[in-house]
Every structure is written in structure tokens, then in C-alpha cells.
Design a protein around this ligand. Structure first.
Ligand code: ADP
Ligand code: MG
Length: 340
């Protein structure tokens, strides 16, 4: 479908993606840029003869938008670094360095809060072997931006645009935990009387969504496309489809849902797995010549991933995600900060 022009859109509210596409995507030249706006990270070339490229990505977390205001400084720090690392996982990049821009309300600029925040940050940075190299500190509503830099061997980064008909679609880990974890973090009524083990596991999934760096590295060179699931499986697989110009067909019976979720939230868990955000698992496509290797890894327990569907011929040139054969355009959009 042809994109609407800005003038045609004046009666609409601009979506996040419209804003990026209309005002930023083609704003500047792209000297030295191997992969620009539109993927999980940009890839930039280093001086001649280098056999690596840099993957660069930023993600911002805002109080009350991305985490409730009663979240601890430790939890906020861990979540911010984990979600930023997840974009490196999606690129098959090895995370190396990060910058931290911290906007802090006066009431939180105290030793206790900052000690907890830096402890949370340092634990994840040590676990993933990446170094804090700079940033910015200002006063204002609590907002944290991390810019992450990682390395990929020349031209080997995983991108969204490589899926073709016949590829299989896989996801890592379990789906739906992020959406349930958000409700647990918000302490909604459902979670008040919940078994403690269940709610604590979900809280941990929300505040410490472990980035799938090792899987990104393992499938590099073997997967045809990859994305991390931050806005929901259907929305994010939709980004692969749009970038690749293909359609994906997902079998909902194959979706990996944790037994705790399946037994406690029978009515909601499928919806969360398909459309909920915050899972930070990877969704990737695998061409026919690599099915066997991936399936062997999975059956030997060397790769925590599940085959959930396939890339099928794209009817009328419109890429889409079908769930059990049905297209769900409205819900496929995922979370948008400007259109809800
Ligand atoms: P992700 O969910 O992987 O973090 P986003 O959906 O936030 O990715 O962004 C989509 C793409 O648009 C990314 O390539 C990102 O770098 C780019 N992008 C987002 N906001 C801006 C902006 N204000 N200016 C330029 N590029 C942007
Ligand atoms: Mg991403």
C-alpha cells in the first residue's frame, strides 16, 4: 500500500513509525552507514580493512510509561540495560560499550537511589561484559536512555530484511511472560492473590528480561532475518515481513507458553503471546538448508527455540502476518507511543 502523504494525514494522529519515516529517516546523508534507520540497530562501517562493523542502538525508558513509579532503582537500571542489550542480540552483535543519559527528578537524586541504580546497572554490565563509556546527567522527569554499541563481523549482522518464501519462523524462550509481567509489576488485582512463585517469576521477567545474546551469536550466518520481540510477536514479525516483502503464517498451537501462564491465565495467555509486548525474545527465520541444523540444536537442548510457522508466498504484494490463516491488521500494529 502506498504511504499516505503528510497533508493527507492531518486529520490522523501520527504514529511513532510515521514520525520516524516522515521527519528523520531521510534527513541526512548516510556516509559510512551499512544499515541505517529501520532495523534493531544501525550498522556502521569502520575504516578500511577492518573486519568488523559496529552495531549501534538506543532505547529510552520513561517512568509511568515503561515502568511503574514504585519500581526500585535497581529494577529500573536492570530493565533499561537488558532491553538495550536485546537489540544487540537481534543483530547477532557482541555488546561492547554503552552510554547512559540519565534524567533524574530532584527527589530521587539521593545516595540510596543512586547506589541501587548503579548496582543494578553494574550487575548486568558485568554479566554481558560491556563497558559504560559516557553519557549525560540532567534533572527532570525520570527518563533513562542507553545507547549500546556492539561488534559484528563484516556483513554478518542479522537484519530484518532477509526472509524469503519457504523459510521457517522460530522464536526463543517463552512468549507472553512480558505482558503478564507488566500486570504483575503494576500490581493489578489478578496478581494480588497469586501464588508467590508465579508472580515472582513474572516480575523478574519484566524487570530483568535476559537478552538472548548467545542465541543471536549462534544463529548469525544461519538465520535469514531476526528481530527482538519488544512490541508483541505479531507486530515484530510484521516488521520482518515488511522489511523482507513477505508474509508469515503462524500456528498458534505451536507458541511456547510457560506452564505457569497456561494454567493460571488460560483465557489470556494466547493473546499475550501473540500481541503482548516486553518479552525480549528473538523471532528469526531460517532457510531450508539450515532447518536440520537448527532442529538438531533444539532437540539436543543446545538452542532454546520453537518452530512456530513459515514464510509463505505474499498475496497481492502486501506483506502480512497470518495467525491460523487469519490476518489481524489492527492488533498487528503493536504498542505505539502516539496512537493508542
Ligand atoms: P526497536 O523497537 O528495535 O528499539 P524502534 O521501533 O524504536 O526499534 O525504532 C525503529 C527504527 O527507527 C530503529 O532503526 C531506530 O533506530 C529508528 N528510530 C527511532 N526513533 C528515531 C529517531 N527519533 N530518529 C532517527 N531514527 C529513529
Ligand atoms: Mg528491537
Amino acid at each position: 500500500m502506498e504511504r499516505k502523504t503528510l497533508t493527507q494525514k492531518t486529520s490522523f494522529r501520527l504514529s511513532e513509525f510515521d514520525i520516524i519515516a516522515d521527519y528523520f529517516k531521510d534527513l541526512t546523508g548516510q556516509d559510512g552507514v551499512a544499515l541505517g534507520i529501520g532495523d534493531d540497530a544501525a550498522i556502521i562501517n569502520l575504516p578500511l580493512h577492518s573486519d568488523i562493523q559496529l552495531a549501534v542502538a538506543s532505547d529510552t525508558l520513561v517512568e509511568e510509561v515503561h515502568f511503574p513509579s514504585d519500581a526500585s532503582a535497581y529494577q529500573i537500571a536492570q530493565r533499561t540495560l537488558c532491553v538495550n542489550l536485546s537489540d544487540m542480540a537481534a543483530m547477532g552483535a557482541t555488546p561492547r560499550w554503552f552510554m547512559l543519559a540519565l534524567t533524574l527528578p530532584h527527589k530521587k537524586a539521593n545516595e540510596q537511589w543512586l547506589k541501587e541504580f548503579s548496582a543494578g546497572l553494574s550487575e548486568i554490565a558485568v554479566d554481558y561484559n560491556c563497558a559504560l563509556i559516557g553519557g549525560d546527567t540532567t534533572a527532570g522527569p525520570l527518563t533513562i536512555t542507553i545507547t549500546m554499541l556492539g561488534e559484528v563481523p563484516l556483513t554478518e549482522g542479522l537484519v530484518r530484511s532477509g526472509a524469503i518464501t519457504g523459510d521457517r519462523v522460530y522464536v526463543t524462550g517463552f512468549l507472553g511472560d512480558g505482558a503478564a509481567g507488566l500486570l504483575a509489576a503494576k500490581k493489578t488485582n489478578t496478581f494480588k492473590n497469586m501464588n508467590k512463585n508465579v508472580s515472582e517469576r513474572l516480575l523478574l521477567k519484566f524487570y530483568k528480561p535476559l537478552p538472548q545474546i548467545n542465541i543471536g551469536l549462534k544463529i548469525r550466518g544461519l538465520a535469514s532475518a531476526c528481530i527482538d520481540i519488544s512490541d508483541g510477536l505479531v507486530a515484530d514479525l510484521g516488521h520482518i515481513c515488511k522489511s523482507s516483502g513477505v508474509t508469515a503464517s503462524v500456528d498458534s498451537r505451536r507458541l511456547p507458553i510457560h506452564p505457569d501462564l497456561a494454567s493460571n491465565f488460560q483465557d489470556q495467555c494466547l493473546d499475550w503471546a501473540l500481541f503482548g509486548g516486553d518479552d525480549y525474545q528473538l523471532c528469526f527465520t531460517v532457510p531450508a538448508e539450515n532447518y536440520q541444523m537448527v532442529d538438531d540444536w533444539i532437540s539436543r537442548g543446545e538452542l532454546d527455540a520453537t518452530w512456530i510457522g513459515s514464510i509463505i508466498p505474499c498475496s497481492d504484494n502486501t506483506s502480512a502476518v497470518l495467525v491460523d490463516g487469519v490476518k489481524s491488521p489492527e492488533r498487528a500494529r503493536g504498542f505505539d507511543h502516539f496512537v493508542q
